[in-house]
Design a protein around this ligand. Structure first.
Ligand code: ADP
Ligand code: MG
Length: 329
């Protein structure tokens, strides 16, 4: 079992940033709207995430660290219409097999908090009383301490932190209704407050915090619906954004994806407007019925496959083309 966990860890836990992603997704699945992320030494030494979600009952703490013991899938039908971010029941088991992990939690209905801790799981899971407000904290230390071969692949602390920062940006762009704080070495590096409302103006403020003022000022707002598709978001056609080539965020049904098809459609719209020399920069939210897309093609869940590729491509092409045309008009 231990080996199976460590092999699975190779898929889920590539580096500290992937741990952050999994832990944050769990917090969001638990309904949290406030996340505090503390990082030490690029996450190599320590990753700590506190949330105000529903918590984990004492009896379920050990189970949460067990492979495939997810609470999120009841039937096979659920797999198709899955709404929660995590559903494989692998992340915590995998992470705990390659780190020293402490999971502390208190559901609102429970009067005290409890914690479970493991060290590479050689000694099993220990449960102890703890002090904690409603919600969950998870503390991961010394990632890959027992898998030196994996540890060798980690880059410098600076690079690993940059990956974490990027992961947190994607989260901040995917959930405007959640407050996120990121600290490194005890210093606050990012703070994305919860939005007062979800108006475009308010959303643009967060986009400015994540992508920079320049992008937010120049970006055109896109909004288009043609059942069963809809897209909203911002694109910046301005030359000045050239050096911000990394602002290419596409969310499919709320999940950040790197998708060639969508990127191609956007590029093609740019070419129509004689902007081929400009790197498209965008933050787009594309929604379609979940039966028309496979998101489970890779454990890291970064890739999608659309069943109706042509229609999706044309829809995005049209949406971006219209936005650019309006600007030129
Ligand atoms: P999955 O998310 O795929 O179900 P994980 O290994 O990521 O599997 O998590 C295992 C289980 O632990 C989850 O199904 C959930 O019940 C519980 N859990 C993990 N993190 C949290 C959290 N922050 N708040 C509440 N429950 C959590
Ligand atoms: Mg999960």
């Amino acid at each position: 079992i231990e080996l199976a966990n460590q092999i699975a860890a190779g898929e889920v836990v590539e580096r500290p940033a992937s741990v952050v992603k999994e832990l944050v997704e769990n917090a969001l699945d638990a309904g949290a709207d406030e996340l505090s992320i503390d990082i030490e030494n690029g996450g190599i030494k320590r990753i700590r995430i506190r949330d105000n979600g529903c918590g984990i009952a004492k009896d379920e703490l050990a189970l949460a660290l067990t492979r495939h013991a997810t609470s999120k899938i009841a039937t096979l039908d659920d797999l198709e219409a899955i709404q929660s971010l995590g559903f494989r029941g692998e992340a915590l088991a995998s992470i705990s097999s390659v780190s020293r992990l402490r999971l502390t939690s208190k559901p609102a209905s429970q009067s005290e908090a409890w914690q479970a801790w493991t060290e590479g799981r050689d000694m099993g899971v220990r449960i102890e009383p703890a002090a904690h407000p409603d919600g969950t904290s998870i503390d991961i230390q010394d990632i890959f301490f027992n898998t030196p071969a994996r540890r060798k692949f980690l880059r410098t602390e600076k690079t690993e932190f940059a990956h974490i920062d990027e992961t947190v940006k994607r989260i901040a762009l995917s959930r405007f209704d959640v407050a996120v704080t990121l600290n490194h070495q005890g210093k606050r590096v990012r703070h994305y407050p919860r939005l007062r409302d979800l108006s475009e103006a308010q959303q643009r403020r967060r986009v400015a915090k994540v992508c920079g003022e320049q992008f937010a000022e120049q970006a055109l707002y896109i909004e288009r619906e043609a059942a069963p598709y809809s897209v909203t978001g911002w694109i910046a056609p301005a030359q000045a954004c050239r050096h911000q080539a990394d602002i290419q965020y596409c969310f499919v049904n709320g999940r950040m994806m790197r998708d060639k098809l969508l990127n191609h459609a956007i590029r093609q719209a740019y070419e129509r407007y004689l902007l081929p020399e400009r790197v498209p920069t965008y933050v787009l939210y594309f929604w379609l019925p979940s039966q028309q897309v496979d998101v489970n093609v890779h454990p890291a869940k970064h890739e999608v496959r659309f069943h109706q590729q042509r229609q999706v491509h044309d829809f995005i092409l049209q949406a971006v083309t219209d936005a650019l045309r309006q600007q030129h008009a």
